[in-house]
Design a protein around this ligand. Sequence first.
Ligand code: NAD
Length: 284
Amino acid sequence: MANMVKKIYTNRFEIPGRVCIVTGGGGLIGMKHAEAIVEGGGIPVLLDIVQAGMDRVKNGLVEEYGEDITVETFVTDITDRSALEKVRDILMEKYGHIDVLINNAANNPKVEGGSKNLGAIRFHNFPVDIWDADIAVGLTGAMLCAQVFGEVMEKQHSGIVLNISSDYGLISPDQRIYRKEGLPEEEQTVKPVSYSVVKHGLIGLTKYLAAYWAEKGIRVNTLCPASLENGQDPEFQEKISKLIPLGRMSRPDEYVCTILYMISDAATYMTGATVVLDGGRTII
Ligand SMILES: NC(=O)c1ccc[n+]([C@@H]2O[C@H](COP(=O)([O-])OP(=O)(O)OC[C@H]3O[C@@H](n4cnc5c(N)ncnc54)[C@H](O)[C@@H]3O)[C@@H](O)[C@H]2O)c1
């Protein structure tokens, strides 16, 4: 039998019974947040406007981890404060505490490779209604969630907020990689300006709240994922990989351990920080 080594530090990654809210929990990275929470022993609470995405995540979790896990799902528009208050009240009634908020929801229009051209939306003709909608989900929604769930954390004198930004919260999109062969200049789609503004804004929100809540037992940090491989065409993957020192896009599973670290007591001295998982893209 192998020698059992006493654990002094690694049990700090455990988050038993902690109630962890994930906005946009039915999306691609939503599943990874949920896996991190389940592996730590916590309870994922998924908020999304689409039930089907949350069902996919919940079913995937049950398949991976078994029937005994608890996963909560709420169809909720995070731009609606009263809807968030209802979720807060239900969770408080059932569990009596809310421990983690992962602000993950965003409008994330796919403009790469073989994806469809978004009607050639460039900066000069960027529609104000799309700008408003993107800011509403990515920034106002994050702020409202921090207000509503942060109030509980303040009373508890404990809580963790993790804001999901992007490498595009640190650098500009290199629009050359989104160019589509054969399209005239005025029809080339670009990564929208609102995406950059939302992702930079979240880092500001993190720093503001980290200082604001420093003495209230609430830690607030940013995670910047980047370039997730998700079926993009090979030409796009090749173009983007040339900008990444590790030479490839990331796999979604490469975020899970960092997420768990950041929402657990393994990171008790981390607040206001920006953690970047980008294969080195932002260093060159
Ligand atoms: N996928 C990537 O390559 C990548 C890279 C860097 C950063 N990110 C960031 O990671 C986060 C998750 O990305 P993803 O790829 O999983 O995106 P996704 O589009 O798969 O998921 C986003 C989810 O948010 C939900 N949502 C939209 N509006 C909402 C609202 N008003 N209220 C509640 N939910 C709402 C959507 O229904 C969707 O399920 C985003 O913030 C994104 O900017 C993603």
